[in-house]
Design a protein. Structure first.
Lengths: 1006, 480
């Protein structure tokens, strides 16, 4: 699709001003040759003796001005397969052929740049300070930016727009510099400031505001793919908000961009870095982390390295280095080998290979703990105590041996107190055959129904003395896999259980079970989900195929006349045929019957063995079980839990950081053929692409060297790329529209001299971002009115030449901030862990993760958009609907869309409607009683502008009709009204506020 | 977009991306762009567009069986595998192979389920799928699917977007980018979830990647209002809403007159469309409009979040001209690490929850004459091993992830019915005939929608990206 634009332009029959392309052999024609021809026709051994990578070679096949006579065109356009190039391949697309024909017809401009001299794409030549152009309307120029803009406008016969009104300007520059609209008081102050430098003072005030860092952190966090979760299937939480706060703080203290770069890429390698500097390396720890069970950890690590390379190259070089992961870059001067050399810089991470169980392990990269001095002292103390308690609980002493013997005795006596109850009737509702065995147990056989209910009636000799009953289950050779259950694996699931007494008259009286405990298997407790089975036993492994018991105690003692107990056991799980295979019911009169299950099912047999007969493993297992309940250790167990909770409650923040292995000289990486992890190739050492600036002398070949290389004066890209992105935020488009791609396939800069001037100026001002903001914000270009005249709409519909000011819908976070700010709800609290404003239920629906969104309380509900918790697989709805990315990958440019789902959000999302209610209340409290006064204030709070009389009229009329509507429906008014006032007037103001918060102007930077 | 009413809604997008905002638009978008510019109209990103080639299919219903159904217990019958049940797998077959969980030399696992030959085509189908057996002559079965990924999230992302790393547009996003939608009162790409949770790959499975977010799938929610923020806040009735929209429109129009910015027109239309959605979506969701025999046919359970209900909804969406409907039903991950994720209990359960409705959907579309123009696709993200996984010595029968061979089926929209594509070896380990890659599948489906998959492109970061990356060929045998 290389020539879309040319064709497009031709089809329209006019050349839109800003896209006028000079013929660009380097960026338009050469890539076609490179991609399709040069593979064979290259160098001295070029096929057919032809080298299309040289001027001579090209001259042999191109006759400038005569396309038909040029061998190149003849061969690519031939119908004869034996002749047509590329030989044996698909023909070039017709539009490509047409473009080459047109290029030759125009005299093949740029041909002489080809070949041995290696014509260099503009972006790979370091910028030099261009001369500030002379312009006719010198009076308009406030700083050199304006001269560059105006020179172009004058060339095109256009004039700049007049300066925007002060009302517009203060809102525009406030949104641009701090992301929050000005308050009416701030607007008034500016309107009344008659000093000549009132605007300059405004800009300075905004640049000094701590909100400046918040506003400009947002685009950087998109690049850094900052989020609060790991991504992928499990998408668990991570703690890296300290990095977000570092970005905000670094911007606020105007950390020079070169230092900003070095700290984020390699602070850990600086001599004596501070913890704050190391936090900055979180930039490249924002990679995803796939914790899915079957992941190949080496591949996962590699995927992260690839992401680090691509993100670093996009962020600082504006280059699509990622294209060279699989093959040499088809268009730009990056080889595949260079890609892996770049990757090698990152391939030196200190990792811990952490094992989980037998089969899975993960690579864990470094994390920084950031306790305060006080926290650290406390942590050390607690950890010491925890270690000592854990050691104590693990150590079996002679004293404990004696105690254990008494415990075993007690357990055996408890066991002996259980007496099997005589069964008077046992039936199955679904037809299972139940047969009594000699030991008093019942064995199921016959058909195995999908679900079943056993009803068992038992005679209880002395009901008033019964303290508990228990259900025992047993393995049995007649059951599948030896039981104890009836499903294919010998498992069972009990989904419900009822206990009743039956009087002699047959009247049943339910018994409330106070507690139940099992010695194995899952027992539902109140905290569990309602669908969970009551008692679910997995007997799938041999060692688990043992008898188990479920012990129940009652809320009230059984009545004296409760001679018969009826027990109903229900099996109705989601799977079929999971009935109990063999069971027995007993009762006891011993106190505390639940203690019976202190002995785990697997160790019950050991309890009855002579201690001398026990194997070491058996003895240890039983001791372990004992120490978990030993009375003499109770205090220690309690303290351990308390200390662990205390440690947790210290809330020591942690953050993910980079850290290299020590002692590696130059890191290396294994190339991956065709970009596939499974195809390892040559091992290469760290290095940077030859087409860019040379490696700075004496710099170590590691990430720190890489960072210094990026910001060394010879680097042609970094300063341009950074300034272009800054420009894009102000004007909606970069000077290079493709701010993510400065390569030959990207757009040419619409004003190359301006871009170079800004890039050089940025460096010469010590990489100060605030200095550049000041320049842009002060320029006459920026201050223009944004009105679109019919002429401009026709000639420069996308405002690339900037004959007017910018006007576009603000970004997702700013939509939120504007609305909260207008309503007075916005919290200005800065930093800290991410927050959870209102989110509808059910948005979080992650596998293996039943975490729920717990709404923040207090002012945390109304924090600025950038503090909203970012869950990668489930982004916050009102952010993503306004084009905020999921932060799974590095994003340079957000595409701005305009959809009905956005309207639904701003109209109906409770966050936005709550803001409408707050705004109505605010206006009722602060404005005069007349509807026109309230309308004026509400309008101004939303748009920053004083409404025109016609606008006030429209609002008041609408207010009256809303009010009349609500008067007829007071029940609706009561629901809509805010605060204590529940009348039709207030309801109408809520609706008016809701409408005003939805205005295009409210959500737009004008 | 025939009637004038819809024409008024044409102005829905930011001109900035459909203009040549430097995104380097592919051929397709270019033609749209030319039309737009020459006619002086702005473009709604979801306005219906004609594909470059005659299309067989107008819409797609994609039944994504997240978790990966076991092809060996459902479609790919292997008597030899049953014969060698419990024997060690030939070591040369698994040498150097990466498994998600299998360790050591695993044992072969025959299917515990019965198979039978069904329909005119005589395709072999498991008794777990009695309803599918009834539509077997209307569908085409691909037994030779393969993928490059062997973990759920990357594999689902790969199947959804043609690339294993998140960040690219999903199939549905590409389709609506290429074709827009026939109904402007509903989203063009709708996602319906049932089963245990959202898919492992997360919402990126229906994301728009680097395409404008207008093309991302809109998730209809499992409970509460189907589309987020569709309902008016409590106490706001339709009349009050209409009044506030009137004010918004009046003030926006006034601002447009003042500033001359045509973007405002776009916002006015978005607002009005939102209002229309407030009526059209509840009407769509009104399942009681369906007669009893339809409920019976699908096995719906009104008021619950089930796959069957979603199938009915999918048909209702397609009937209304929605371009792409994707159902995700998660829970097919039958490793056999416990009794609740095995190929005996769990697989039967999953089939009971989905078989009847999936078959009913095909039958229902057919009886309404919609099957010819609607492509129904069924499948997971990879297959399952012919070996028993036996994780940590588990006695439950289960199969690990298997990217080398799995089965999918498709019906309608110009997919040739009654055909079986591909064959695997005697134990179902490798494909021996007519291998179909994920890119091939996408190329085939795009072909039916009227696209050359190599030409449906979007310029991003200096490259023309496409759903099929740099590979893929339509499977001729599937084309009618």
């Amino acid at each position: 699709m290389l020539f879309d634009r040319l064709q497009f332009v031709a089809a329209l029959g006019f050349v839109p001003l800003c896209f006028a392309q000079t013929d660009d052999f380097v960026s338009r024609i050469q890539p076609v040759l490179k991609a399709n021809c040069v593979v064979c026709h290259q160098g001295a051994k070029g096929s057919g003796g032809l080298a299309l990578d040289s001027v001579a070679g090209l001259a042999a096949v191109v006759k400038p001005g005569d396309a038909a006579g040029s061998v190149l065109l003849q061969r690519i356009s031939s119908d004869d397969k034996a002749v047509r190039m590329p030989l044996g391949g698909n023909p070039l697309p017709p539009e490509t052929v047409a473009a080459i024909r047109a290029w030759i017809e125009r005299g093949a401009p740029g041909l002489s740049q080809a070949g041995e001299s290696k014509a260099v794409h503009w972006a790979y030549v370091a910028p030099k300070r261009p001369e500030v152009p002379a312009v006719r309307n010198q009076a308009w120029v406030r700083n050199p930016i304006d001269a560059f803009i105006l020179a172009r406008l004058e060339k095109e016969g256009l004039s700049p727009s007049r300066e925007a009104t002060r009302e517009t300007l203060i809102r525009r520059v406030s949104l641009d510099l701090i992301g929050i609209p000005p308050t009416p008081a701030e607007i008034d102050a500016f309107l009344n400031d008659t000093r000549a430098d009132a605007y300059e003072r405004l800009v300075e005030r905004l640049l000094a505001s701590p909100h400046y860092g918040e506003r400009w952190a947002r685009p950087w966090l998109d690049l850094a793919r900052y989020a609060d979760t790991n991504g992928w299937e499990k998408d668990r939480r991570r703690s890296i908000w300290k990095y977000r706060d570092w970005v905000i703080d670094a911007l606020n203290r105007d950390l020079p961009f070169d230092q900003f770069t070095v700290e984020q890429l390699a602070a850990d390698l600086l001599p004596k870095p501070t913890p704050t500097q190391i936090i900055a390396t979180g930039f490249n720890r924002n990679t995803l982390f796939n914790e899915e069970g079957g992941v190949d950890k080496d591949e996962e690590m590699w995927v992260n390295l690839v992401d680090r390379v691509n993100t670093t190259a996009t962020t600082w070089l504006g280059s699509t280095l990622g294209c060279a992961q699989c093959h040499n870059h088809k268009f730009d001067p990056f080889t595949q080998k260079e890609y892996y050399q770049f990757l090698a810089f990152f391939n030196n991470t200190a990792i811990i290979d952490k094992h989980y169980g037998d089969t899975s392990h993960k690579y864990i990269e470094p994390q920084l703990s950031l306790p305060s001095g006080e926290q650290e002292a406390r942590r050390k103390k607690l950890q010491k105590r925890i270690d000592s308690l854990e050691a104590k609980l693990k150590t079996q002493t002679g004293k404990l041996d004696r105690e254990q013997r008494r415990w075993e005795e007690q357990m055996r006596s408890l066991e002996g107190a259980w007496k099997p109850l005589e069964v008077t009737a046992a039936r199955s509702e679904a037809g299972t055959k139940l047969v009594r065995r000699e030991d008093g147990s019942w064995l199921a056989s016959g058909e195995n129904p999908d679900s079943d209910t056993y009803v068992i009636e038992l005679r209880v000799p002395r009901p008033e003395s019964v303290t508990g009953i228990r259900i025992e289950t047993f393995p049995d050779a007649s059951l599948p896999k030896g039981g104890p259950g009836r499903d294919a694996y010998g498992d069972f699931t009990l989904t419900a259980m009822r206990l009743e007494t039956v009087s002699s008259s047959g009247a049943a009286q339910p018994i409330t079970i106070a507690r139940m405990k099992s010695d194995g298997g899952h027992v539902k407790t109140d905290k569990d989900k309602p669908i969970a089975p009551l008692w679910e036993v997995d007997a799938s492994r041999d060692e688990k195929r043992v008898g188990r018991q479920l012990v129940c105690v009652f809320k009230e003692p059984l009545a004296v006349d409760a001679g018969v107990l009826r027990l109903t056991l229900v099996q109705a799980s989601e799977f079929s045929g999971q009935g109990i295979g063999r069971f027995r019911v007993s009762a006891t009169d011993a106190p505390a019957p639940l203690k019976t299950v202190q002995v785990p099912a697997e160790q019950r047999a050991v309890l009855h063995m002579d201690p001398g007969q026990r194997s070491k493993k058996q003895a240890t297992a039983l001791s372990d079980a004992f120490r978990k309940v030993a009375p003499s250790l109770e205090a220690s167990r309690g303290e351990l839990k308390a200390r662990q909770d205390e440690l947790e409650a210290l809330g020591i923040p942690t953050t993910l950081v980079m850290g290299d292995k020590r002692g590696t000289e130059t890191p290396t990486a294994v190339m991956r053929m065709r970009g596939s992890f499974l195809s390892p190739g040559e091992t290469v050492s760290a290095g940077t692409p030859a087409a860019l600036n040379p490696w700075p002398a004496g710099m170590p070949k590691n990430r720190l060297g890489l960072a210094r290389w990026l910001v060394s004066p010879g680097n042609p890209l970094v300063s341009r790329v950074a300034m272009n992105r800054m420009w894009e935020q102000y004007f909606g488009h970069g000077i290079v529209e493709t701010s993510e791609d400065f390569g030959t396939q990207g757009e040419r800069p619409v004003n190359p001299e301006l871009l170079d001037w800004l890039a050089v100026e940025f460096m010469s001002r010590g990489w100060s971002q605030k200095a550049m903001h000041r320049l842009i914000a002060m320029s006459a270009t920026y201050r223009q009115d944004s009105r679109v005249t019919p002429e401009l709409e026709q000639r420069d519909p996308y405002n690339r030449l900037l004959a007017r000011g910018p006007r576009f819908r603000v970004e997702a976070e700013m939509v939120r901030d504007i609305v909260l700010s207008a309503s007075g709800l916005l919290s200005e609290k800065m930093g800290g862990p991410s927050v959870f404003p209102y989110q509808p239920e059910g948005v979080w629906d992650m596998p293996y993760n039943d975490e729920t969104w717990k709404m923040s309380t207090g002012e945390d509900r109304y924090r600025r958009g950038l503090y909203t918790f970012v869950r990668r697989t489930s982004p916050y709805p009102s952010m993503s609907v306004f084009d905020a990315p999921s932060r799974e990958t590095c994003t340079v440019r957000r595409v701005r869309t305009n959809t009905p789902l956005q309207s639904l959000t701003t109209l109906n999302d409770p966050v936005f409607f709550e803001a409408a209610e707050a705004l109505a209340k605010r206006v009722a409290g602060e404005a005069g009683p007349a509807p026109a006064e309230r309308a004026a204030m509400a309008f101004r709070l939303c748009t920053g502008r004083r409404a025109k009389p016609s606008e006030i009229d429209a609002i008041v009329r609408n207010y009256e009709s809303q009010r009349d509507g609500f008067r007829q429906h007071p029940e609706l008014a009561a629901k809509v009204s805010s605060g204590e006032t529940k009348d039709a007037e207030m309801a109408a103001w809520v609706m008016i506020s809701n409408a005003l918060l939805n205005l295009d102007e409210t959500l737009t930077k004008e | 977009m025939e009637n004038t009413d819809s024409k008024q809604l044409l102005d829905m997008t930011r001109r900035h991306f459909f203009g040549r905002a430097g995104f380097g638009i592919g051929t397709l978008a270019l033609s749209a762009l030319l039309d737009e510019r020459l006619s002086g109209a702005q473009t709604n990103p979801l306005a219906a567009k004609k594909p470059p080639f005659p299309a067989k299919a107008k819409s797609v219903i994609y039944l994504f069986m997240a978790g990966a159904p076991s092809q060996l217990d459902l479609f790919d019958y292997k008597p030899k595998l049953n014969q060698f049940d419990g024997q060690p797998v030939p070591p040369e077959l698994v040498k150097g192979e990466r498994f998600a969980f299998i360790q050591g030399t695993p044992l072969l696992l025959g299917s515990p389920h019965r198979f039978g030959r069904m329909g005119q085509s005589g395709a072999e189908v498991s008794h777990l799928l009695p309803h599918f057996a009834e539509i077997v002559d209307d569908v085409s079965i691909i037994k030779s699917m393969w993928t490059t990924q062997f973990n759920h999230a990357p594999a689902q992302i790969y199947m959804s977007t043609g690339h294993q790393i998140v960040g690219r547009p999903s199939f549905g996003a590409w389709t609506t980018y290429g074709l827009g939608s026939e109904n402007q009162d509903l989203p063009g790409f709708v996602v319906l979830l049932s089963g245990t949770s959202q898919p492992d790959g997360g919402k990126s499975c229906w994301g728009s990647g680097f395409l404008p977010t207008s093309y991302q799938g809109v998730e209809f929610r499992r409970s509460g209002e189907p589309v987020l923020f569709l309902s008016n806040p409590e106490g706001v009735d339709a009349a009050a809403r209409r009044r506030s929209l009137d004010l918004i429109r009046d003030l926006n129009e006034a601002r447009e007159a003042d500033t001359g910015d045509p973007e405002i027109e776009t916002r006015i239309n978005s607002c009005e469309l939102a209002y229309r959605m407030q009526t059209s979506v509840p009407d769509l969701m009104e399942m009681s409009q369906e007669p009893a025999h339809i409920h019976e046919m699908y096995g719906t359970e009104p008021g619950k979040n089930t796959f069957a209900n979603n199938c009915v909804m999918a048909r209702r969406l397609v009937e209304r001209g929605v371009r792409f409907v994707q159902l995700f039903h998660r829970g097919w991950d039958t490793h056999g690490s416990s009794g609740s994720d095995d190929i005996v209990n769990r697989l039967s359960e999953m089939c009971r929850a989905t078989d009847r409705a999936a078959a009913a959907l095909v039958k229902d579309l057919k009886q309404r004459g919609l099957l010819d123009s609607t492509m129904v696709v069924w499948g997971g993200e990879f297959g399952r091993t012919p070996m028993n996984e036996a994780r940590d010595g588990s006695k439950f029968l289960g199969r690990d992830h298997h990217p080398r061979a799995f089965t999918m089926w498709a019906a309608g929209g110009g997919i040739k019915p009654g055909v079986t594509v591909g064959q695997t070896d005697d134990i179902g380990y490798n494909i021996v005939e007519e291998a179909v890659s994920v890119h091939d599948l996408h190329a085939t489906l795009l072909n039916r929608l009227g696209f050359d998959h190599t030409r449906l492109t979007y310029r991003f970061q200096g490259r023309d990206f496409r759903l099929t990356d740099v590979e893929g060929e339509p499977v001729k045998k599937l084309l009618m």
